[in-house]
Design a protein around this ligand. Structure first.
Ligand code: BDR
Ligand code: CA
Length: 358
């Protein structure tokens, strides 16, 4: 019996890997990385999701929705319509938090269109939402697959923070976290902060300090990956429901970028998925990152210590008055790999070819 079962599983994994024979969407290719995409869909979130679903290196185990670019309700609707378009009702899609931990929600229809998907109306979803609360689903999957799940958050970090607050025991069981957020070269919301971090700084600080392997794919590297007219034209040459939807979304974004004098749209969220596919796409040295939660001008900034040490100042009493004296350097332990450079052309080619089904 055991032999028969082994034969059956070997045949199954073979068939799954041969294109066009049998590829039940519910099963990832053998050895594919299990990911949970936590997203606020969102135009570039849509690109991230479709890249993940079209990449055999990844096995999307769940999609959890967080408010950010759009409200929680609109985000869930968008996620459901997208998985339906991709014929992937097998993937659980769960709503999560309704608002950031300690502040009011800020939504970004200004950038993402009134429905969050570049005003492209997808058909109603055939898929139903998973009844579980997003953070609970994250906990359940991490516990079901210890050391196998990679979390890919591409929105505010509220759901991830709620998951670790509820069950801190999942932290050592997560394989890694690859998040889109932050910047070490200024923000997009204001001079200091990037949107995903700004929209829930306390949650972000919890996620950065949790103590798990974490890669930050920030604004500054995303800004080096511009999807422009050349890529749009390539994507327009092939067709299919997902291909055409992606063409519409990227056209909306390219036109938007041109209105602001840019030559293309930054691939923020899809790049985080790209790094999950191939970590070599970015150069990411280890640093210690803290999230500023109080600064008057800097709330939501990711403050990265690039030297991984700080000066040790000790208070001394002198006849002329008290002062601090630098006595040495203290090591700071890195808590993140921070992306500082990216193979942009390679990534853009990967994105277009995957969306074309290659
Ligand atoms: C991030 O903010 C959102 O608008 C995008 O989806 C991306 O996740 C970029 O700052
Ligand atoms: Ca996003």
């Amino acid at each position: 019996m055991a032999d028969r079962m082994g034969w059956f599983l070997r045949m199954l994994s073979y068939l799954v890997m041969v294109p066009g024979i049998v590829c039940p969407p519910a099963w990832g290719a053998a050895g594919a990385k299990k990911i949970i995409l936590d997203t606020d869909p969102g135009t570039d979130d849509a690109m991230a999701l479709m890249l993940a679903l079209n990449s055999p290196e990844l096995d999307v185990r769940a999609i959890t929705v967080v408010p950010g670019n759009v409200t929680a309700g609109q985000g869930l609707e968008n996620a459901l319509r997208m998985v339906s378009l991709a014929n992937r009702c097998d993937i659980p899609v769960a709503g999560g938090a309704e608002h950031p931990l300690f502040q009011k929600l800020i939504t970004a229809e200004f950038w993402h269109g009134k429905n969050g998907l570049g005003n492209i109306e997808l058909p109603k979803s055939k898929c139903k939402a998973d009844a579980r609360f997003g953070p609970d689903l994250i906990i359940a999957l991490v516990r079901a697959y210890p050391h196998e799940i990679t979390l890919v958050p591409v929105g505010p970090l509220t759901n991830i923070a709620l998951a670790i607050e509820k069950d801190p025991g999942i932290v050592p069981l997560v394989k890694e976290v690859i998040l889109m957020g932050g910047s070490i070269k200024g923000g997009n919301v204001n001079a200091a902060a990037e949107a995903n971090i700004y929209n829930d700084p306390e949650a972000a600080q919890m996620v950065f300090q949790a103590g798990w392997p974490l890669t930050m794919v920030g604004l500054d590297v995303g800004d080096k990956t511009l999807f422009g007219r050349k890529q749009l034209e390539q994507l327009g040459k092939t067709h299919g429901p997902v291909n055409d939807f992606m063409y519409g979304v990227t056209k909306f974004l390219v036109e938007l970028s041109e209105k602001f004098g840019d030559s293309g749209t930054p691939m923020y969220d899809p790049l985080a998925v790209g790094v999950a596919i191939d970590a070599e796409l970015v150069t990411a040295p280890a640093m210690h990152v803290d999230v500023e939660t109080r600064g008057e001008f800097t709330r939501g900034e990711t403050v990265a210590n690039r030297r991984n040490e700080i000066e040790r100042n000790v208070l001394h009493h002198f006849p002329e008055g008290d002062r601090y004296v630098i006595e040495g350097l203290d090591k700071v332990v890195p808590n993140a790999k921070v992306s500082i450079d990216v193979k942009a052309d390679k990534f853009l080619e990967l994105f277009v070819s995957r969306l074309q089904g290659k």
